[in-house]
Design a binder for this molecule. Sequence first.
Ligand SMILES: *Cc1c(COP(=O)(O)O)cnc(C)c1O
Length: 397
Amino acid sequence: MNKTTVKIPFVDLKIQHQPIETQLHQAIHAILERGDFILGQALADFEAAFAAASGAEYGVGVASGTDAIALGLQACNIGAGDEVILPANTFIATLIGVLRAGAKPILVDCDPKTALIDLSAAAKAITPQTKAIIPVHLYGQMVSPRQLLDFADTYKLLIFEDAAQAHLAERDGYRAGSVGIAAAFSFYPSKNLGAFGDGGMLLTRDPDVAQKMVRLRNYGASQKYFHVEPGTNSRLDTLQAAVLLEKLPHLPQWNRDRLTIAQQYDIELAPLASAGIIPVQNQSDSGHVYHLYVIKVDESCVVERQQIQDKLTADGIQTGIHYPIPCHLQPAFTYLGYQQGDFPQAEKLAQQILSLPMYPGLSSSQIKEVVAAIANIALPSSNTEDDSSVAIGSRAA
Ligand SMILES: *Cc1c(COP(=O)(O)O)cnc(C)c1O
């Protein structure tokens, strides 16, 4: 009754599943027939296909992106006594993965233009214990591989990519998952490539890392009932792999759709820059896969981010904030000893960012509607509520 009806959802997965529903049903049915629910053929097929698509040698499917990070770091022999550098403005799973591997997380600040890890800040955080850096390819944009490889070479560090938001992203001629010793992906349903539940994968070019990962996800067993290390149970279900294998061929087109949507947002939002509405910068051209389209509501805007989000909600437009509290200020991790003020750019971004609707199938007129709603409240000379149906960003006469 009080609830506003959603006109434009933040994500709509039905749009991508509907055209391939028959194939998805068939893929699931085939697994029911075969009965190879654990470590079945579709898993091996999907691991090979996703690794090949990403420019990596080996793929090892696990239960979640978080497990891909935690077990993946272990598989790379990163753990107790090692320091691992990661950005403060990431999804909490990056930090949790480092802690679960037994390593010491060293948080650093980000570049406010791109929201990606600031490598000059990372350089200052290096100690003799630093073993690895985790670039998070946030929002679907890769941290520059060229700069990363230079950085890792200078300081003799391993690169472990958090590519959970960057399936098939490209930059400097590299694909996400092909830059470091290994990379973690998530197949959470709303990711660019999503399962019908949780799932994740480690990609690597190193056969030893791949083999150790295969053991770690399967109770540390090198062969049945022979356990060479304390592993766990974290396998990507054959059913999920079958769904993902069916969806993978569509991913390049879905990513292109996301890019087209982002390019329209960029154009429609350009007149609002002087009003303090600034999209997070794309520095990788068509290689950005736009898991999220994020704007900043900066200090020069006449209204607060919260007011803009509330207005959009009232207009039936769903938005998100990725993420409202940086890792170092989360209650669970105060014991790490960080404080407010330690990472000013990450803290400021958390106050300013707003993620707009983004999914393959979002229409051009919906994009105009989102931008018009923002313009309506953020432009100093904006129309009153009565005129809120007038699409300011619209080219229509
Ligand atoms: C989604 C995500 C993860 C975790 O993946 P799950 O599959 O949800 O465990 C890790 N890092 C980033 C940046 C993510 O977006």
